[in-house]
Design a protein around this ligand. Structure first.
Ligand SMILES: Cc1ncc(COP(=O)(O)O)c(C=O)c1O
Length: 302
């Protein structure tokens, strides 16, 4: 028997096309276009106590990404996904009151027997998978010392029609993460073709400066993050002016504070860029407030 990937003991089940399957084992056809070409879309969400944060927003983005690649989603896809998430959280024991889970929904175009970028033949049903993992708290030094970012050599094209889609073609992001690792940094920032700030490999970027909470505009080849939207709304409730625009690496270095944000990791301080300190070079008070407020929201406390 061929050796399988070891399944994490804390997530023994996966959900695939309506069925719960043991995580250990082979699941998809080798012809699946997600495997062959990264021809798919995905979402990553956070579920606390079995409650999924901003599920409607994630489903809307999943539909937008799928439509962008012409992957047809069934009319009942949302209901199927909602039931699938509830089922896999339960099966993996991640639906209890203190459970904290990340949930990934992946949809590929499905298994086409033909080869080529646009194979002819029978339309096939997209493959849909849902996986969960327990959320681990960030390493203490990420919160205490903050992240060190470098600029990726890969640039983002703001005119690209797929820049804002959450596709499974993630080679650029993996490459950028490797660049960061080789440089001894925590993550890489993408810049646009003309050198403006875009986003990190799996998070949006915010700067705090002079009472303003600034972030690259949607036009800067970013994923329209759900946490980003929430933070822009939160800013005005705490007396920060939300601002979206074209920001430079100089703006980043001159900021009082900087942080990254995403659904699963929440808010994480960024204190160095390309070896230079941002602000005081230590995590700042607004970053801590943003993190605490977002975590409270995820726990359903606000
Ligand atoms: C490239 C990229 N940007 C931004 C984000 C943040 O998006 P969200 O806040 O919806 O998780 C992610 C999330 O994984 C991402 O992969």
């Amino acid at each position: 028997m061929t050796a399988d990937h070891a399944a994490p003991p804390d997530a023994p089940w996966v959900w695939l096309d309506g069925e719960l399957l043991p995580a250990v084992g082979r699941h998809l056809s080798v012809f699946d276009r997600g495997f062959q070409l990264g021809d798919g879309v995905f979402e990553t969400l956070r579920a606390r106590g079995g409650h999924v944060t901003e599920l409607d927003e994630h489903l809307a983005r999943l539909h937008h990404s799928a439509a962008g690649l012409g992957i047809p989603l069934a009319a009942d896809a949302d209901a199927v996904i909602r039931a699938g998430i509830a089922g896999i959280l339960r099966a993996n024991g991640l639906d209890g009151p203190s459970a904290d889970a990340s949930v990934r929904i992946t949809v590929s175009r499905g298994p086409f027997r033909g080869r080529g970028l646009l194979p002819v033949g029978e339309p096939v049903r997209p493959s849909m998978a849902i996986q969960t993992w327990p959320v681990m708290p960030p390493p203490a030094d990420h919160l205490e010392r903050g992240l060190h970012l470098i600029a990726s050599r890969l640039r983002r094209d703001p005119e690209s029609p797929i820049a804002a889609l959450k596709t499974t073609s993630r080679a650029d992001y993996v490459y950028a993460r490797l660049e960061a690792r080789h440089a001894g940094a925590d993550d890489a920032l993408f810049l646009t073709l003309d050198g403006h700030l875009s986003e990190a490999t799996s998070a949006n970027l915010f700067l705090v400066r002079d009472g303003e909470l600034a972030t690259p505009a949607l036009a800067c080849a970013i994923l329209p993050g759900t946490t980003r939207s929430w933070l822009l709304g939160w800013a005005s409730t705490v007396g920060l002016r939300p601002a979206e625009g074209w920001l430079t690496t100089r703006d980043l270095l001159d900021a009082d504070e900087a942080f990254l944000c995403s659904s699963v990791a929440g808010v994480l301080p960024v204190t160095r860029f390309e070896g230079e300190a941002i602000g005081e070079g230590t995590p700042g008070p607004w970053t801590a407030k943003a993190r605490a407020a977002r975590e409270a929201f995820i726990r359903g406390e606000s």
